[in-house]
Write a protein that binds this ligand. Structure first.
Ligand code: FDA
Length: 537
């Protein structure tokens, strides 16, 4: 026998070891590992062979763009009921080299909480749907909320106990607290109280070693990083302790729509000079899109929908808007008084008489069956009239209601919080945030490419009018066009720095230092997670 060469079986074993492939069915060994830690655990594991696998996976897919037969699927879905289940999942995933994608509400714009761009990646979805307990403590104006809870569930539980407390987080009720706060979290209270992540007091996190940490034991660096530095990067957030903020028992929500024929261009242009200087009690959003022309058959026009929330009654709002923004022509009939919790339903597009319980519905979808892609920008100087006229041309290129821009007012509290306070850096100097978005219902790659190219063209068009060096972007509106790690999440510091500075500006390097300290082996990762410094090639 020739001993100079290893035998064929040894070669195969070496090959298998090098590739990290431990079995043709890696989940079998993973399951054995889980069972070793907890004999009852397999009831919360759904493999592809399980009849509920597809419905469970799809139930929290909020962008149908990533719900096709070609979308890479997880090997299994794991739905922990207690923290020890997550500890076991982390240990076994490490041992069997199965990547973890954490999912709370499933709203990731690029589907990274339940999918990947890499078809060969072996990964599991750790779905936190069963960890959604919420405890509201009115006397201390605080709450503990588990990461698998939705914003709607949180708002409902707060409203159950108090009509004059709220939490400054997002508008869409089905967004999960896990992803939302990990990336910032803005909503109608941002000019008064800042972001959701600005109002976090403590958190329970499991790190890559499986340690359960709170603010005191994780230290201020990690506590800083998890409040806006992006999900699936530093550990798994189990729960947040949040500060509740005071709101009046009655708030006023208003909508005014104007088309081009009703002077929309001039009013939107003027809005930019007013909106960041209004009292902090006013939030203002403008949605711009192409609609059927109400006065001319078979023609389209551009509609600007001005949606505002005022922390007070109509009596206080109308004279103030008449004085500060008369161009809008706000009238009482444009406005409705309601509780703050009900105003979430208003902004989310529910009919006015919807019961507050609608906030608890985890199945509703803000985008229906439409696939979408979003991009984001920040505006620091008003866009000239000619700039808006070019935007109208772009909007007319796509079908009615399929593409649009959402402008959300900044200023107020957002300008008072230092850029380095938490990883979210987009503060003073911004008049408003822009989301450029495309929606479509058609199936197939060709249709998708058409809308994606249109959106990229709109984004290109916006270049002279938005922030530069870096061109800033909102981490929670994840956009893989601006850069990404490798398909398996392998990061390269230098490459990541370009998209990292867009999301985090000068906070990016501190995020890398925290990542290097808490997860040097890059266990928690995805296509846009912060890489550790060891990745510097
Ligand atoms: P999802 O579960 O997909 O998680 C998003 C990211 O966070 C993934 O990388 C995931 O792995 C990670 N993650 C999730 N849970 C985690 C945990 N417990 N620990 C660690 N990492 C975790 N934003 C906003 O600020 N204001 C708004 O009003 C809205 N509205 C809105 C409406 C709609 C229809 C969509 C699709 C999205 C928004 N968003 C938003 C954006 C939203 O904030 C963003 O997509 C969040 O990351 C979604 O959090 P989910 O938990 O729902 O997503």
């Amino acid at each position: 026998m020739d001993t100079a060469h290893p035998s064929f079986p040894i070669l195969v074993a070496l090959f298998v070891l090098l590739l990290g492939v431990t079995s043709s069915q890696p989940y079998e060994e993973f399951l054995q590992c889980l069972e070793f830690h907890d004999s009852n655990i397999t009831s919360i594991v759904y493999t592809r062979a399980n009849s509920s696998f597809s419905s469970l996976l799809e139930s929290s897919i909020r962008n149908p763009r990533f719900d096709t037969s070609a979308t890479p699927k997880p090997l299994l879905i794991f739905t922990p009921r207690q923290i020890s289940h997550i500890e076991s999942a982390i240990r076994c995933s490490r041992a069997h080299r199965i990547q973890i994608r954490v999912r709370s509400g499933g709203h990731d714009y690029e589907g990274l909480s339940y999918s990947t761009i890499s078809p060969s990646l072996t990964f599991l979805v750790l779905d936190l749907r069963n960890l959604r307990a919420i405890q509201v403590d009115v006397p201390s104006k605080t709450a503990w909320a588990q990461a698998g809870a939705t914003l709607g569930e949180l708002y409902y539980r707060i409203a159950e106990k108090s009509s004059i407390l709220a939490f400054p987080s997002g508008i869409c009720p089905t967004v999960g607290l896990g992803g939302q706060i990990s990336g910032g979290g803005w909503g109608t209270l941002l000019r008064k109280y800042g972001l959701a992540a600005d109002n976090v007091l403590d958190a329970t996190v499991i790190d890559a070693k499986g340690r359960i940490l709170n603010r005191a034991s994780m230290g201020e660096d990690l506590f800083w990083a998890i409040r806006g530095g992006g999900g699936n990067t530093f550990g798994i957030v189990i729960a947040w302790k949040i500060k509740l903020v005071p709101v009046p028992a009655t708030v006023t929500a208003c909508t005014v729509t104007r088309t081009l024929e009703q002077n929309a261009t001039e009013i939107v242009h003027r809005w930019q000079y007013v909106v960041d200087k209004l009292p902090n009690d006013v939030f203002f959003m403008v949605v711009l899109n192409s609609v059927a022309n109400p006065v001319q058959a078979n023609a389209t026009t551009i509609q600007a929908s001005f949606n505002s929330l005022y922390l007070g009654g109509i009596e206080g709002l109308i004279p103030m808007m008449d004085a500060k923004f008369p161009d809008l022509g706000l009238r009482r009939e444009n406005c409705v008084e309601m509780s703050w919790a009900k105003s979430i339903l208003y902004f989310a597009g529910f009919p006015l008489n919807s019961p507050l319980e609608s906030l608890l519905d985890r199945t509703i979808s803000a985008t229906g069956s439409a696939k979408f892609k979003g991009k984001s920008d920040y505006v620091k100087e008003p866009i000239p009239i000619s700039g808006f006229e070019g935007i109208w041309e772009k909007l007319k290129e796509v079908g009615v209601q399929t593409g649009g821009l959402i402008l959300a007012s900044y200023g107020g509290k957002m300008s008072e919080i230092p850029e380095s306070s938490i990883p979210f850096p987009h503060r003073a100097g911004n008049i408003y945030q822009v989301e450029e978005v495309a929606f479509w219902v058609e199936d197939g790659v060709e249709a998708a490419d058409g809308y994606l190219n249109w959106l990229r063209g709109l984004y290109e068009y916006m270049t002279p009018y938005v922030s530069k060096n870096p061109r800033e972007a909102y981490a929670n509106y994840r956009d893989l066009d601006i850069g990404r790690n490798g398909g398996g999440g392998e990061g390269d510091y230098r490459r990541a720095r370009s998209w990292g500075s867009s999301y985090y500006k000068n906070n990016f390097d501190r995020l890398v230092r925290v990542k290097t300290a808490v997860d040097p082996a890059n266990f928690f990762r995805n296509e846009q997670s912060i890489p550790p410094l060891s990745s510097w090639r």
